[in-house]
Design a protein around this ligand. Structure first.
Ligand code: GLP
Length: 236
């Protein structure tokens, strides 16, 4: 696991955007794993700014989002589908047929999860996966206690995660369940970049760096992967 520290989340975002765009320039048909949350917003802003000048950054890029809330329509403002449109997809030349986000309103959620895994396999796996870090160490929506061999599935969210994400929902009512890529699905990615910044993350960052590898702290699974870069902002 390699680490890079930044004085500000703006500097972290610039570095993350550069790494993403370097990848898509080198491999125009790269398969990317993409996160949501507050942390990657700055990265997406940078990408949009840069790709406004060079409007061919995403022509062949394929994306798979990490997760989505169960029971939330893609048009709902708090859905991760809306988030991705607002922060990235509406502003770059990505083909919507190349965009994958789990459907939280699918009638058969287990089938949806199996199909998601199949779609990742058909795309020949994820070249570069970007992740955020939950305060309790969750990655995607893999909460503490998740077995490291978990694949894409429906999960129940912890109270602390629902509280942390309440601001995204007008009524503060966060769904109780989500679909998330599993830890093993994430670890199958060829390269992983974790973005760690924001209020209340310092304990999680410390635990990721120095703590034990344990299912009680899902992000620690990343230490088992041969190519992980952590970008962290010192002010977090
Ligand atoms: C949510 C997402 C995670 C994200 C985490 C951290 O729970 N499912 O993928 O990493 O929030 O979000 P933030 O960047 O807002 O702290």
């Amino acid at each position: 696991m390699r680490w890079e520290s930044f004085d500000s989340s703006a500097a972290l975002s610039l570095r993350a955007a550069t790494l993403l765009l370097d990848t898509t320039r080198k491999t125009p048909s790269a398969v990317l794993g993409l996160p949501t949350g507050r942390t990657p917003i700055g990265m997406y802003e940078r990408i949009v700014r840069e790709c406004g000048q060079d409007y061919h950054c995403f022509t062949e890029v394929v994306t798979f989002n990490l997760d989505e809330y169960v029971g939330v329509e893609p048009e709902h403002p708090a859905s991760y589908a809306s988030y991705m449109r607002t922060h990235l997809f509406d502003h770059v030349d990505i083909q919507l047929s190349n965009v994958h986000i789990p459907h939280g309103t699918a009638t058969d959620l287990d089938l949806e999860c199996r199909n998601y895994e199949e779609a990742i396999r058909e795309a020949r796996g994820i070249d570069l996966m970007f992740l955020g870090l939950g305060r309790n160490g969750h990655i995607g929506f893999n909460e503490p206690g998740t077995p490291f061999n978990a694949r894409t599935r429906v999960v129940e969210l912890t109270e602390s995660t629902r509280r942390a994400n309440a601001a995204w929902f007008e009524d503060g009512n966060v769904p109780s369940h989500a679909i998330t890529m599993g830890i093993e699905t994430i670890l199958d990615s060829r390269r992983i970049i974790l973005l760690a910044a924001g209020d209340g993350k310092s304990e999680a960052i410390e635990r990721l760096r120095d703590g034990e590898i344990s299912e009680n702290f899902p992000a620690s699974a990343l230490r088992l992967h041969p190519d992980v870069l952590v970008l962290c902002a010192a002010n977090s």
